[in-house]
Design a protein. Structure first.
Length: 237
């Protein structure tokens, strides 16, 4: 993958420091490396508009994006807007998403949030965190994805994988995703947040997975921490 030149320069500049490299310097290098590795950042979840993105992100809890993308076409055939979705029963929604984990809980949330959108928001997905997070099944991470990817507002959605990578890369020592999000926002410029969180996801899936890298094997981990010999034990999100 690209980024080898940047990695070599980083090692040349900081080899003598070993792991004693400032957190901000690591963050700056990571941002440059990922920009070169992933200049394009397509949204992983297939969607048509803010509503279908909201539903897709809700469905992605404890599921892969690939699985969500397999079931959403059938769900959109049933209903692809709040008005039509609110008219459907939980059983009808469940039948279309039953292959996904937590399907019963998710079908109930989709039915309820669709009705709330119709009753309280004129069938329009709200463009602010407070209203989004008031909807059934929508937490801060889901709201952050919608705000960033549907509306273009700066946000830094942090899931368990990003939390784990930020710990491996010593960008945070937070025990939960809320602290990790706060730390990452302090390290990276606001204008990069929407792109960067996807770049971290793409890199993590390809090279710094739970099975593929324990903090000692991928290019980022090896470059940032050339003296690291033991696996990194991450704190639970």
């Amino acid at each position: 993958m690209s980024g080898r030149v940047a990695a070599n320069r980083f090692l040349r500049d900081y080899r003598g420091a070993g792991e004693v490299v400032r957190k901000q310097e690591r963050a700056d290098w990571i941002a440059e490396f990922l920009d070169k590795a992933y200049p394009e950042t397509p949204i992983p979840l297939d969607h048509r508009d803010p509503f279908t993105l909201l539903i897709a992100v809700l469905l992605s809890a404890q599921c892969t994006d690939k699985m969500v993308n397999l079931v959403t076409p059938g769900l959109w055939e049933l209903a692809d807007n709040p008005v039509d979705m609110a008219r459907r029963t939980e059983a009808e929604i469940l039948q279309r998403i039953q292959k996904l984990g937590l399907a019963r809980r998710k079908s109930a949330a989709i039915k309820k949030l669709s009705q709330i959108l119709v009753d309280e928001f004129d069938a329009v997905v709200p463009e602010n965190f407070a209203d989004l997070e008031s909807l059934p099944g929508v937490g801060h991470k889901t709201a952050s994805v919608v705000m960033s990817q549907a509306f273009g507002h700066p946000a830094f959605p942090v899931d368990t994988h990003i939390h784990r990578l930020a710990q491996r890369w010593k960008l945070t020592n937070g025990k939960h995703v809320e602290q990790t999000e706060k730390d990452l926002k302090q390290l990276f410029p606001k204008e990069s947040w929407n792109r960067l969180h996807l770049q971290i996801i793409f890199y993590g899936r390809e090279h710094c997975t739970a099975r593929g890298c324990d903090g000692t094997k991928c290019e980022v981990c090896r470059t940032l921490f050339p003296r690291r010999r033991k696996a990194v034990e991450t704190k639970r999100a």
